[in-house]
Design a protein around this ligand. Structure first.
Ligand code: UDP
Ligand code: BGC
Ligand code: MN
Length: 385
């Protein structure tokens, strides 16, 4: 081999190594903190650009309200186009570092929020569903900003007509996630006749744009089936004291779920009686079972989430009454739920990105008395009273 050939060979192998290095970086490396603010939800394998997202907004800017966002094309969109994985972005980069959460103003600027009021419902990708996101909240502001920042581009890609409602519990009493959900349902329905409700913890960030934020006409959906902190494994458990007739294992229904208005009406929404952590998601799952629904996981293989790391708040200790309440859940369904909801609205703020409803919901002492009076002997053998 001549010296020239060796030189050529060396040059070629250097170029190949360089190209491979660039390719590897483009595909696998997380964006720098600077870039995370701008395009974190661009697919990891880039074929799309922020310009595409903006053009979707430009076309629809006149047709949306300030707080109700329609992210679709004004023409009828073919289902195949809607489900084109390249449009939906596939695997997306997830920033779960709360110290990198942008401000509300930064999120607003990045998401080109249209300023006009007045809504015209146009055909969208998903059966023209109007979707209300209900997010239970107290504290966790940085988590909530991360969620908004993460979810807006996803929803635009999915062409979903949506509004986001944060229902914030005032005061320092025991947290009541399910009651906040009920309030979100009631209050959002005062604004629009939503078809579909997504109940979304503030700390869960979707990892793949192909998991659609929509409802299934027939059955409720559990979207956060696979979560990083659960090692992406499904979670099933047996109830210690199941309600009469329920002999199955329960599948996790917490995190992120989707139900239609009809499904929610059939089960009278959620129970208002779960104060503190645990049980409220199992309760609604049992109500759904009682009404003949089957929780499903449509496009489940894409529905994986990263949970933002957090501790347990002092206002949200494990509810030691939860097994008793679960034993009684299907019995209580007809009078404990949307039809018995009592709370005081402190404020409703209509921000460009979301509506924040702050509420005073009581302290749970009445419900503790209910358990004491009617469920004193339920499930004692395992709980020890
Ligand atoms: N949450 C909140 N503040 C609290 C407790 C709970 O905002 O003090 C909300 C928040 O949306 C959170 C959800 O309730 O994601 C569920 O609580 P948590 O994350 O503690 O429960 P986990 O599912 O992690 O067991
Ligand atoms: C609780 C649920 C919770 C699940 C998974 C169950 O024991 O009742 O509320 O979602 O565990 O953590
Ligand atoms: Mn959590």
């Amino acid at each position: 081999m001549t010296g020239r050939n060796i030189g050529r060979l060396l040059l070629m192998s250097c170029s190949i190594t360089l190209m491979m290095h660039m390719y590897w970086n483009a595909i696998y490396r997380a964006p720098s903190p600077q870039r995370q603010l701008i395009d974190h939800s661009i697919p990891i394998v880039p074929f799309d650009s922020i310009r595409h997202i903006r053009s979707v907004d430009d076309r629809t800017a006149e047709n949306v309200t300030r707080m109700h966002h329609y992210a679709g094309n004004t023409n009828t969109t073919g289902v195949s186009e809607c489900l084109d994985p390249r449009r939906l972005a596939g695997k997306i980069y997830v920033n779960s570092n709360i110290s990198l959460a942008p401000t509300y103003e930064q999120i607003r600027q990045l998401n080109v929020i249209p300023l006009q009021f007045g809504h015209r419902k146009t055909s969208s990708c998903h059966g023209e569903q109007d979707v209300a996101f209900i997010i239970p909240l107290r504290g966790r502001d940085a988590q909530f900003r991360l969620l908004l920042h993460h979810i807006y581009p996803i929803l635009r890609r999915q062409r979903i007509a949506f509004s986001i409602y944060a229902v914030t519990q005032a005061g320092s009493g025991l947290f009541n996630r399910a009651k906040l959900f009920n309030i979100g349902i009631e209050k959002s329905l005062e604004d629009r006749n939503f078809d579909c409700f997504i109940f979304h913890d503030t700390d869960l960030l979707l990892e793949d744009g192909r998991c659609l934020y929509r409802c299934h006409g027939k059955h409720p959906l559990h979207l956060s089936k696979y979560v990083d902190v659960l090692s992406y494994k499904t979670m099933n458990y047996t109830l210690e004291c199941p309600p009469p007739g329920f002999n199955n294992t329960l599948q996790l229904f917490g995190g992120v779920s989707a139900m239609t208005k009809q499904q929610l009406r059939d089960v009278n929404g959620f129970s208002n009686k779960y104060w503190g952590w645990g049980g409220e998601d199992d309760d609604v799952n049992l109500r759904l079972w009682r009404k003949g629904y089957n929780v499903t996981h449509v496009s489940g293989e894409h529905c994986s989430y990263t949970m933002v790391k957090h501790g347990r708040e002092s206002g949200n200790p494990t509810n030691s009454d939860r097994l008793k309440l679960l034993y009684d859940s299907t019995n209580r369904m007809k009078y404990d739920g949307l039809n018995s909801l009592r709370y005081r609205t402190i404020s409703v703020e209509r921000n460009p990105l979301y509506v924040n409803i702050t509420v005073s919901i009581g302290d749970g002492s009445k419900d503790a008395r209910y358990v004491n009076k009617f469920l004193r002997n339920a499930c004692n053998e395992t709980l020890g009273g």
